[in-house]
Design a protein around this ligand. Structure first.
Ligand SMILES: *[C@@H]1O[C@H](CO)[C@@H](O)[C@H](O)[C@H]1NC(C)=O
Ligand SMILES: *[C@@H]1O[C@H](CO)[C@@H](O)[C@H](O)[C@H]1NC(C)=O
Ligand SMILES: *[C@@H]1O[C@H](CO)[C@@H](O)[C@H](O)[C@H]1NC(C)=O
Ligand SMILES: *[C@@H]1O[C@H](CO)[C@@H](O)[C@H](O)[C@H]1NC(C)=O
Ligand SMILES: *[C@@H]1O[C@H](CO)[C@@H](O)[C@H](O)[C@H]1NC(C)=O
Length: 662
């Protein structure tokens, strides 16, 4: 109906060049005259300024109005309403505002984009020859224009000094209360301007879009507009942004001469959100979307990388080990990402790194064991943790563990003095331990092994006793490391394929034949360890002629010749207790006896070492009998020590252990 009316009026306007009514409920298809930043957006908003600074924009009804009753008559009564909205880039500042006006010309090229709202300049402001009537919606307080606030509406004649102004707001019809409105609230608001020619009264009223025109006007004044306005005059809107940007929109507009302005169809108004945003959509949104996607992508990438980097394996059964469970990220940071400079050594089971725990600043050693299967892991972790709960002065304290895919990390107390082998085989004169220290170390390891075999809750077999697995703490007290680890590699698999775990030279013969690890296989290895510490030589040595020199054979030879003392480490330069050294060598030989039935258990070993009980009387007989057989009958000899070819049948662990040590 109103659209039809508009069309009709437009046609009339086109024909008669005189209009007494029009209504725009949105500006799609309208024929407004626009300049500066003004345009009609695709959705039908009249956009006076688009958010750029130092911009002015004007929109005019295309044809002039004939306001006077006759060329020299009085200005007739008229009525105007419009819906506007102001959007700001910053929440509380927006330049400069907009104005509805009636003017004799469409040429505002000399007007300023500053506080003059695109209507005047500093020269013509206040000039009666302007013949301009305007209603300003001012969002900046300019003291030079005597503005009352940065949120006011004013009635202006030929000037931006308002003849009357008020803060934006309206009187509620029901309560009569004044209610504030904020021009830059980004909400659409309606303004009514009424002029009564009889009493030359000008009323200005405003209200939110959903509120009917209030009865009480916001501003009311009298001014004889017949003395101001020309007969032929253009009506329209002006806006400017100055140095602070702002977007000024008119959504609908209606005019009536000698009649109320036709009501604007609120339902047909272009959507401001869409509208405003469509502008935003075209420019800022793509950038925002790209930035968002990039940052989201980056975040996801970083999260994934971080998750991958710090990913752990956790299963339900581990809950009970909570306190013993380390977070991979902590270990990662403790070792600065397992940097090479923190590498302490690489042994049979993996690499060991030194680290410092983030919060406690506790020094730790982290062993990374690569392990593919999760089979048996539960039992293994249970055992490791139960050992970790044990405390013994001759065991390296296990602090906890962490599991990742294909990897197990064991966290130990850091032993600043490192492993024993480096003292035994270090450069001559350097690091060499004296006899008392060596004997103490032998006793300490014996005590630790006894604890594992008999004193802990269940029998724990170490499986890889050797000098490089014995660490020295601050007091050169020996601590056994790596206990229980070997078990990880031989649980429940087919006996045919069971890998022999241990180190060549320390392997009990029955173990090399495919037997099971028992406490007595540990005793065998311990025997070799005693000989190693006492003689300062490795169990198997390569001499210059590429022959293998087997330590136990050599010691046994001297034992037969009665010159056992000659085997004691020459680095001691004769400074040792000969009784203790011979005791140690005899115990070493006894422990490493090829027949398990001859080997003592660890409790007996500790007693021998403490001289609580003497070595068995019959020992020499036993020894000579079996050892001779052991030496002479290579067929009987199961001893891998003397048969290098058999070394190849051992698992990789053994080989690396042999070559690397810890
Ligand atoms: C639009 O207005 C201009 C004058 O500003 C006029 O020349 C033109 O014919 C009008 N077009 C229509 C479609 O009304
Ligand atoms: C607009 O007014 C200026 C002077 O204020 C004048 O120089 C210019 O030619 C006018 N433009 C038009 C299109 O009339
Ligand atoms: C309305 O605005 C005026 C001036 O800004 C202020 O003093 C008054 O407290 C406001 N009233 C309400 C209800 O917000
Ligand atoms: C202005 O408002 C007053 C008060 O509501 C009213 O009496 C008067 O008729 C109005 N004048 C015009 C021109 O609308
Ligand atoms: C308004 O001004 C015109 C022209 O100056 C005059 O003819 C008219 O009487 C004035 N009207 C009133 C109400 O003063």
């Amino acid at each position: 109906m109103k659209i039809m009316l508009f069309s009709l009026l437009a046609v009339l306007a086109g024909c008669s060049d005189a209009v007494d009514q029009f209504v725009y409920s949105g500006f799609t298809g309208s024929n407004l005259t626009l300049d500066g930043g003004a345009r009609v957006t695709p959705s039908g908003l009249l956009e006076l300024t688009n958010g750029m600074v130092r911009l002015k924009g004007h929109a005019f009804h295309p044809t002039p109005l004939h306001l006077h009753e006759s060329p020299n008559g009085m200005v007739q009564s008229f009525s105007i309403s419009f819906v506007f909205a102001i959007l700001c880039d910053y929440p509380d500042s927006c330049g400069h505002g907009l104005a509805f006006f009636i003017a004799p010309t469409k040429n505002f090229s000399s007007a300023f984009w500053t506080q003059y709202l695109g209507l005047f300049n500093n020269k013509n402001n206040g000039d009666p020859n302007n013949h301009i009537f305007a209603i300003e919606l001012d969002t900046v307080q300019n003291d030079d224009l005597q503005d009352i606030s940065n949120n006011h509406i004013g009635i202006n004649i030929n000037s931006l000094y308002s003849m009357k102004s008020r803060d934006a707001g309206f009187y509620d019809d029901e309560s009569g209360d004044f209610k504030n409105l904020t021009l830059i609230s980004q909400k659409a608001m309606q303004v009514w301007v009424n002029y009564d020619r009889e009493i030359t009264q000008i009323n200005v009223t405003m209200a939110p879009l959903n509120v009917e025109k209030p009865v009480k006007p916001l501003l009311s004044t009298t001014y004889n507009l017949s003395t101001v306005l020309t007969d032929s005059a253009y009506i329209g809107f002006s806006s400017s942004t100055g140095t602070v940007s702002g977007k000024h929109y008119v959504l609908g507009w209606s005019f009536g001469m000698n009649s109320p302005a036709p009501s604007i169809d609120i339902a047909k108004l272009p959507r401001l959100g869409q509208k405003a945003r469509s502008k935003v959509l075209q420019t800022i949104l793509p950038i925002v979307v790209v930035v968002f996607l990039l940052s989201a992508g980056t975040t996801i990438f970083l999260c994934m990388r971080r998750n991958l980097r710090y990913a752990e394996l956790r299963e339900d059964w581990e809950v009970e080990y909570g306190p013993k469970r380390f977070c991979y990220r902590d270990l990662f940071h403790a070792t600065e990402g397992f940097k090479d400079k923190h590498l302490l050594g690489t042994g049979g089971f993996g690499s060991v790194y030194k680290g410092v725990l983030p919060i406690s600043r506790l020094d730790i050693a982290v062993k990374r064991v690569s392990h593919d299967s999760t089979q048996g892991m539960k039992e293994f972790i249970a055992e490791i943790v139960s050992i970790g709960c044990l405390q013994h002065r001759n065991l390296v304290q296990l602090l906890g563990y962490c599991r990742r895919k294909g990897e197990l990390l064991l966290v130990y107390d850091y032993m600043p003095n490192g492993s024993l082998d480096k003292y035994l085989y270090g450069k001559e004169g350097k690091h060499t331990l004296d006899w008392a220290q060596r004997f103490q170390i032998i006793k300490g390891v014996a005590s630790g092994l006894l604890y594992l075999h008999e004193e802990s809750e269940k029998v724990i077999i170490h499986r890889d006793i050797k000098a490089s697995n014995v660490l020295l703490d601050n007091d050169t007290n020996a601590r056994i490391g790596d206990f229980g680890l070997a078990r990880l590699y031989d649980h429940g698999t087919d006996p045919e394929t069971t890998r022999v775990v241990g180190t060549i030279g320390y392997l009990a013969p029955e173990l090399a034949r495919g037997g099971k690890a028992t406490p007595l296989t540990d005793v065998f290895a311990f025997g070799m360890f005693i000989l190693e510490v006492t003689c300062g030589q490795k169990p198997v040595m390569q001499n210059t002629e590429d022959d293998q020199l087997v330590l136990i054979d050599w010691v046994l030879e001297h034992w037969h010749k009665g010159s056992l003392a000659d085997t004691v480490d020459i680095k001691l330069q004769g400074e040792y207790d000969i009784d203790e050294a011979c005791l140690a060598l005899n115990i070493g030989l006894l422990c490493s006896h090829p027949l398990t039935s001859v080997r003592p258990n660890m409790r007996q070993v500790v007693q021998y070492l403490n001289k609580d009980i003497p070595l068995p009387e019959s020992m020499p007989t036993h020894l000579s009998f079996f050892m001779m057989a052991f030496i002479q009958n290579k067929g009987f000899s199961p001893c891998i020590i003397t048969d290098p070819s058999s070394a190849t049948s051992f698992g990789t662990i053994s080989s690396t252990s042999l070559s690397e040590g810890r």
